[in-house]
Design a protein around this ligand. Structure first.
Ligand code: KG4
Ligand code: ZN
Length: 373
């Protein structure tokens, strides 16, 4: 199965066997293209995909050691994502499927993140697939959802964010602290030497609900940062530092306690995610708790969830699983993986397949798909 992913700012193609074994996983990142803007610029992203997609597909085939004819099916991300970006991947996938006369499978990007948990990297030993029912915490730049999965392709929403996504909270927090984009890794690095208890930051528990809210936390961080800010200096200078851009220092009057603030902020996001996920795992008798999405790369989240599951669910412990680090953030191996299981359910699509920028994981009444018409 060849997977193609172009929903946001990564151009990716991958070859995966039987929904599990990654044969190749090629990602052309556009981070450098967007970092001076502090976020993804849709027009730049679409143009970047057009330039990168063919070489990326060729590289994925070469790395897997197969020719085009050996591709047995093609899976593409259909949504959610940026319309112009999605269109690039969908059209390349259609062209390949047409020329090679192979099945075309449309994959939901959120489902793909979940199926990253079924993947094993080329050198890794095989692992048993996760057992159902399972609870999945999907935390990315655009989504924060708690999902009950009772079988392949069977999802029930337990909760979702009412405002910012967890990854968005990390990105916005990083901006307030003068750290770079993407914010999650930047906050995680800054927090490594910080004392999380130094500053009091709020947690939105929302009673017994499994929903989340991170906008109050962001405002609380803003209040803590404000006293350090100089009033009338222009925008902070931008300096490149490795893969990150650092917007910082001179706009602050005194030394901003970045490490302690980052640690406190990260702890607040992570605690709510961990407590609610563990409670859901117990309530719904989950046989595994899966993490998925870019924020699942966060080591503090992984650690806290394991602790919480042990405390709340007791022994024998429910396994907490997460994809290998490089398969947490956007990639095409997860698209090929999800595509394999979708094809087994007969989910093939025709040439009329469109992109859906707001495609939900579970079709709810009244939710528009955000089609192009
Ligand atoms: O899944 P993803 O690659 O793209 C979306 O589908 O949104 O997730 C990207 C998000 C970004 O918000 C980024 O800041 C966050 O995942 N992220 C992290 C970490 N690595 C990526 N957040 C916290 N800790 C990390 N280590
Ligand atoms: Zn994603």
């Amino acid at each position: 199965m060849l997977g193609i992913e172009t929903s946001c700012d990564e151009t990716a193609a991958a070859v995966v066997r039987s929904g599990q074994r990654v044969r190749s996983n090629v990602i052309a990142s556009q981070i450098a293209l967007h970092q001076t803007h502090g976020g993804v610029v849709p027009e730049l992203a679409a143009r970047g995909h057009v330039k990168a997609i063919i070489p990326v597909v060729e590289a994925a085939l070469a790395e897997a050691g197969i020719g085009r004819k050996e591709i047995d099916a093609i899976a593409m991300t259909q949504g959610p994502g940026l319309a112009g970006s999605l269109l690039v991947g969908v059209n390349v996938a259609k062209a390949l499927a047409y020329v090679l006369d192979r099945p075309l499978i449309a994959v939901n990007h959120l489902e793909a993140h979940i199926y990253a948990n079924w993947l094993t990297l080329p050198d890794a030993p095989p692992v048993a697939p996760p057992a159902f029912p399972l609870v999945c915490l999907l935390v990315s730049g655009g989504h924060t959802e708690l999902i009950l999965m009772s079988g392949h392709g069977q999802y029930q929403h337990l909760g979702r964010t009412l405002d910012d996504a967890a990854g968005e909270a990390f990105d916005k927090g990083a901006r307030l602290l003068g750290l770079g984009y993407p914010g999650g890794p930047a906050i995680e690095r800054a927090a490594a030497n910080g004392r999380s208890e130094r500053f009091e930051l709020p947690r939105a528990w929302l009673g017994d609900r499994y929903d989340f809210s991170f906008s109050g936390l962001k405002t609380a961080l803003l209040r803590l940062v404000e006293p350090y800010r100089l009033p009338d200096r222009g925008p902070a200078p931008v300096a490149a530092a490795g893969p990150f851009v650092v917007h910082r220092a001179p706009s602050f009057a005194a030394e901003l306690p970045v490490a302690d603030l980052a640690a406190g902020y990260q702890a607040a996001v992570v605690e709510v995610l961990a407590v609610k996920s563990a409670r859901a795992a117990r309530e719904f008798g989950a046989r595994a708790l899966l993490l998925a999405g870019g924020v699942a790369a966060n080591a503090a989240l992984r650690r806290r969830i394991r602790e919480e599951v042990t405390t709340v669910c007791g022994e024998p412990a429910i396994p907490v699983r997460y994809p290998p680090l490089e398969l947490c953030t956007d990639n095409a191996a997860m698209v090929a993986g999800a595509g394999y299981f979708a094809l087994r359910r007969g989910a093939q699509v025709g040439w009329e397949a469109d992109v859906y920028p707001r495609l939900p994981l579970v079709p709810d009444e009244g939710v528009t798909l955000g089609g192009m018409e």
